[in-house]
Design a protein around this ligand. Structure first.
Ligand code: ADP
Ligand code: ASP
Ligand code: MG
Length: 448
């Protein structure tokens, strides 16, 4: 079997839904499972609905709902007719009625828990897949619409829930039955906890759903269909000259995704690594054009791509008591563990430690605890640039070239050596784009 995941832009209109189904129907003999995101901008609108309702601005929330309803119904009407249109419109109406009662509840309480947030955000994928499945049937494709919540089991960390693999694999194998000649359609992004509550895997999580399902069903391939020609040497929105990387290793792709290349969700690679399934990244508007294949091992050494991520905060802890002492680092990391905040990059000297975080929700508590250990200083509004490639350090001139390209950029921190495949730099957020362009020019435009 094969998993085909279509992102938000790939299902954003009647025309794009038909393109996605053209692609899916060309794979019918390979027992395809189509995983779809919400139509582009829907999840952002649901976030706006949640925030407005939670702040008691019910009218505003209802206005956004009305616009989303009109958009979804219009798209459906362009694609489906007759009884199927009636039945699917009723399905959409039920979902909008559910959204409407969630708005009422939040507006009354004037608060929004992560749990109700997930209930709201999950509706985007339920809407888009209802339309996609109805259109597939309309085109005469034997189709089965599934509800991913019936088989994606997660923990209860709402808004960024993690899959419980044992239960998920068992349920997927019991309930999802791919077969040649049939199209299965399922939602990305959403799941359910063991106590039956709707959860989501975090923004961009539909890619993750695709590889979770691919691994459980031993797919021969997972294809991520999106709006760019695969994973490129840099974000094409930042670097116009970026070009497609034909083959990239799981490790390199994971590193890029984690440090800002949102073309695949950071967790996507994990289920694929364990089963060795190739993951392809392709462009729905250019199905035969350049694409990327993510595989166990990709040939070649040297720089493969440059990613960047804003919203980074740097925390410095210094104490002369660190001199010749042990136990400081473990106390520092225990603090981050206590506040459930992941640390990305670390640099240490004899008397100080610097760390980056991107989730600042626990920052106050972290600072209070760290102040027990040493002097604490915080720098906000930073960005990480991540240069990814196999054995980067083997080319002695590599680091020199990085510094030459970044001549004008104040570098706040560097991390090289913790893995063979990445050099990371921390720079002020407002210099990120220019720095990435300068690096790309230096390494890729000169044929390097
Ligand atoms: P989808 O809705 O299909 O999941 P996303 O918007 O999540 O698509 O991801 C695709 C976007 O990722 C592209 O439009 C591009 O701007 C961005 N992107 C960032 N870094 C890269 C990269 N290295 N290669 C390709 N795209 C990238
Ligand atoms: N619709 C969700 C989001 O916008 C999940 C996804 O698109 O992957 O974050
Ligand atoms: Mg995405």
């Amino acid at each position: 079997m094969i998993v085909l995941k279509f992102g938000g832009t790939s299902v954003q209109s009647a025309e794009m839904i038909d393109r996605a189904l053209d692609i899916a129907s060309s794979y019918l003999d390979r027992a395809p499972l189509l995983v779809a995101s919400a139509m582009a901008q829907t999840t952002d609108s649901l976030v706006a609905i949640r925030d407005a309702a939670g702040a008691g601005r019910e009218e505003e929330a209802r206005a956004i709902l009305a616009a989303q309803r009109a958009r979804h119904v219009r798209t459906l009407e362009e694609l489906v007719s007759g009884e199927r249109l009636e039945a699917t419109r009723e399905r959409l109406d039920r979902l909008f009625a559910e959204l409407s009662s969630l708005i009422k509840g939040l507006a009354l309480l004037r608060e929004c828990t992560p749990r109700s947030s997930d209930a709201i955000l999950s509706i985007g994928e339920l809407l888009s897949t209802a339309i996609v499945a109805a259109r597939a049937e309309e085109r005469g494709i034997p189709t089965e619409l599934l509800d991913s919540r019936d088989f994606i089991r997660t923990d209860d960390r709402f808004s960024a829930a993690a899959p419980l693999y044992e239960a998920t694999n068992r349920l997927v194998r019991a309930r999802v039955k791919p077969r040649p000649g049939h199209l299965l359609v399922a939602q990305g992004f959403i799941g359910r906890t063991e106590s039956g509550v709707t959860s989501t895997l975090g923004r961009g999580g539909s890619d993750f759903t695709a590889t979770i399902l691919g691994a459980a069903l031993e797919a021969s391939e997972v294809q991520i269909w999106t709006d760019v020609n695969g994973i490129m040497t840099s974000d094409p929105r930042v670097v116009a000259e970026a070009r497609t990387i034909e083959r990239i290793s799981y490790g390199e792709a994971a590193e890029l995704a984690y440090f800002g290349a949102k073309v695949v969700h950071p967790s996507t690679i994990q289920p694929a690594i364990e089963t060795g399934i190739p993951v392809l990244v392709m462009n729905t508007r250019d199905p035969h054009g350049p694409r990327t294949c993510i595989v166990e091992r990709a040939e070649g050494v040297g720089l493969r791509a440059i990613a960047g991520k804003k919203g980074i905060t740097l925390i410095h802890v210094s104490s002369t008591r660190m001199l010749n002492a042990y136990g400081f680092l473990s106390r520092i990391f225990a603090t981050f563990e206590k506040h459930r905040t992941p640390v990305d990059l670390i640099a240490t000297s004899e008397v100080s430690v610097s760390m980056t975080i991107d989730n600042t929700s626990g920052l106050k508590g972290i600072m209070a605890d760290l102040e027990e250990i040493g002097r604490v200083r915080v720098e906000a509004d930073l960005a990480i640039i991540c240069l990814v490639g196999q054995d980067l350090w083997k080319e002695p001139s590599f680091v020199a070239e990085v510094f030459t390209a970044l001549n004008d950029t104040p570098i706040r921190m560097i991390s090289l050596g913790s893995s063979d495949i990445n050099l990371s730099l921390v720079v002020p957020a407002d210099t990120l784009e220019a720095a990435v362009r300068a690096l790309h020019r230096g390494f890729f435009d000169s044929g390097g």
